[in-house]
Design a protein around this ligand. Sequence first.
Ligand code: NAP
Length: 264
Amino acid sequence: MGRLQDKVAVITGASSGIGGKTMELFGREGAKVVGTARNEAKLNEHLEVVTSAGGEGIVVPADLEDDSSPDRVVAAALDAYGTIDILVNNAGVGWQYGIDNPGTMAGVHEASVENWRAIIGGVDLEGYFTMIHAVLPKMLEAGRGSIVNMSSMAGITGLYDAHAYTAAKGAILNLGRSMAITYCKQGVRTNTICPGFIDTPMIAPVVGAFDDPAVASALCPMGRPGQPEEIANAALFLASDEASYVNGAMLVVDGGCTARSFPG
Ligand code: NAP
């Protein structure tokens, strides 16, 4: 307890999955949490977990595809708490979005330029840049900050068909590395998490494949998907002062998926 005592943490995608559990964990660890996403009711469910355990936070409903949202989120955080110590840049869309928006998770030959822009120019990549762009000046002014970007194992390996998503996740990694070396002397660390299969609504269309033990061990050496809490724990470490010399790192949390050359 208290690993983020009195720090102010902005968490995007806090209405669901990894972001929701990150908000809950950070709140338990003493952070004042500022959760943002579009779904206000679901944001409030996660905030309720924080406040009912004695923690503190606010929610800011916002669509990160709207250019005015990042500044509005930052202004709300500053209004409430006066500073921002941590940004967990986590909001994103994937498989479920691809079903709802055909072509966006498709291969190059099946995707339109509009499909590509929906991912690269949408929440999956541009949304990361715009949140950093809004938060960073405050961190530089304060001379401290920790930014944790959520990439994916699909940022370090290819993913069949989902070329725009894979390109976005790879770009997030190198955005993090160049930020890390640029801003560390001004007190701002940047690190990246690469989750494997995590049991959240994003991969609801495919996570059922783990029910078959043979398929499960082909998908992941540990034979199971990760839980969002297991990614929140990684974010907690990177965000905290325990990671004071961790900068520009890529923390892979994937049950060993990317550690092997072929299924055993
Ligand atoms: P999730 O449960 O579907 O959550 C995604 C979050 O992003 C939701 O809170 C959603 O909130 C928010 N979001 C989506 N579009 C948004 C928009 N336009 N504006 C603001 N917020 C938006 O998915 P998750 O698995 O927790 O994913 C979190 C991150 O982990 C993503 O970046 C994802 O790529 C990454 N990741 C996930 C996995 C996995 O297997 N689950 C693996 C590797 C990486 P609203 O709908 O309320 O806006």
